[in-house]
Design a protein around this ligand. Structure first.
Ligand code: SF4
Length: 477
């Protein structure tokens, strides 16, 4: 590795070649909110700016540049960012040369309005404009405001090697697609991340191999909608039909990509997120079943159990079709864990619709879930065409019903592991005790067990003796 890179001590005495360069003299402080795509985007941003003289710092007071990668999925997420901006600006009083910028979905949603509204930022950069950061930083360093929120038809940052931030040195994200073409009526993502485009599989395999060489043992293939992955030489998914016959005939969809990556790094664990029931194919499930190194876990958002509400959300499947997909997954991979996303109180939701959500959960008994009350997002089809008519108290009560039922099912699923031995990838110290390791099994369940002579990054077999609704507890075999 080039001598310009700073060498740091890794736990257990291994040398870790950081991505911090000796020759870099400026400091970047970057905070990320929202989904895993945003976390990975921040790693791409750190890499682009590392070539512009910036190393990363965890100490905001010494930073030359402070960037916050924002989320717009719910109103609360944006309120959090506004509070952080106040914090940064109070630090700016101590460090006046500091420049502040907003990245991500809120930057894309508000665009230059952000500069007018919030006198607290110098730069606004959308998710597809990070390559322009070197120019934008020069502009703000010259004392002018800078904005670039152009959405791209081709950008996948395929050639940018992310700088792993806050990394455990064992697990890493690898983005495979950007954008989303599904216009779910409640969702702001298609407006803040643009149209779907997929990344060249060669660059995905290169990144996976590079991570393996650096000692990483698990990757998560990322996309707003991974099932929609389709490589046919570059360009938008929606233009696939216009491509040449040879391009269509040699195209690579998500099930093929899973096979390519599983074969390229056979000892590396492979996960993926986020799936979409309307686009998931049986081939994807068969690829998962075929390779031991593809983890047996699917995050399969459904949002509601009512077909009437699915229609209002513009989700292109019915309750019955979703249940058929779940049955297919369970038939092909009996020990596959499944998690959900649920929205309580979407526009027009009746008590009957809510009961259908609870009965769907009863049918699937999810391993875990991400559950929220509906939060109207400006600019979405729902905000434009539907009334946010479910009272807040009703939303809260229905959300509480869903969370309580999920906790019951989560415990039920965890109890199925008692007495069994599972393979665990050690990720670090347990939160509660340094005398215990934590790591996850193939089903993405967190496992805690007493330390022996293992080390971070080892795969070990653990016999499960007891559990909570969120953690399996056992002993190494
Ligand atoms: S699939 Fe629907 S909910 Fe998911 S990112 Fe796309 S539009 Fe949003």
């Amino acid at each position: 590795m080039a001598s310009d890179y700073i060498i740091e001590e890794k736990k257990q005495g291994q040398a870790l070649v950081t991505n911090q360069k000796n020759s870099n003299s400026k400091l970047l402080y970057i905070e990320s909110y929202g989904c895993q795509m945003n976390l990975n985007d921040s790693e791409i941003v750190a890499s682009i700016l590392s070539n512009e003289g910036f190393n990363t710092t965890q100490n905001i007071e010494e930073a030359d540049l402070v960037l916050v990668n924002t989320c717009s999925i719910r109103e609360k997420a944006e309120q959090t960012v506004r509070k952080r901006l106040q914090k940064y600006n109070s630090v700016k009083n101590i460090n006046p040369k500091m420049k502040i910028g907003v990245l991500g979905c809120m930057a894309e949603r508000l665009k230059s309005k952000f500069l007018e509204e919030e006198k607290m930022v110098d730069m606004v950069v959308g998710p597809d404009a990070y390559r322009d950061l070197p120019n934008l930083v020069k502009t703000v360093e010259d004392g002018k405001d800078a904005v670039n929120v152009i959405l791209s038809k081709v950008e996948t940052y395929a050639d940018v090697s992310p700088i792993r931030l806050n990394s455990n040195g064992v697990t890493a994200f690898v983005s495979i697609t950007r954008g989303c073409d599904n216009m779910c009526t409640f969702c702001v993502v298609p407006f803040t991340r643009g149209r779907e485009r997929s990344r060249d599989p060669k660059s995905i395999v290169e990144e996976a191999n590079d991570l393996w060489k650096k000692g990483f043992k698990e990757i998560t293939l990322l996309g707003q909608n991974v099932d929609s992955y389709l490589w046919y030489g570059g360009g938008l998914k929606k233009d696939f039909d216009k491509a040449s016959e040879i391009a269509r005939a040699t195209s690579i969809d998500f099930s093929k990509l899973l096979e390519i990556v599983a074969l390229a790094v056979p000892k590396m664990r492979i996960r993926f997120a986020t799936s979409n029931p309307q686009d998931m194919s049986l081939d994807v499930i068969r690829s998962m079943a075929k390779y031991d190194n593809i983890c047996k876990y699917i995050h399969l958002p459904v949002q509601t159990g009512s077909t009437r509400m699915l229609e209002r959300m513009n989700r292109q499947h019915t309750r019955e079709e979703y249940i058929t997909l779940i049955d297919n997954i369970k038939n092909i991979i009996p020990n596959c864990a499944i998690s959900q996303d649920m929205i309580a109180g979407f526009c027009g939701e009746t008590e009957e619709d809510h009961q259908e959500t609870l009965s769907l959960m009863e049918n699937v008994k999810y391993d875990f879930g991400f559950m929220f009350a509906y939060s109207e997002r400006p600019g979405t089809p729902a905000a434009k065409r539907m009334e946010d008519d479910v009272p807040l108290e009703t939303k809260k009560r229905r959300l509480a019903d869903i969370i309580a039922l999920q906790q019951k099912h989560g415990l039920y699923r965890m109890e199925q592991f008692i007495g069994k031995t599972v393979e665990v990838l050690i990720e670090g110290n347990s939160k509660k005790s340094d005398a215990h390791w934590k790591g996850r099994n193939s089903q993405n369940a967190m496992v805690v067990f007493p330390k022996g002579n293992e080390k971070i990054g080892d795969f070990v077999n653990v016999k499960i003796n007891e559990c909570t609704s969120a953690t399996l507890i056992g002993n190494k075999q």
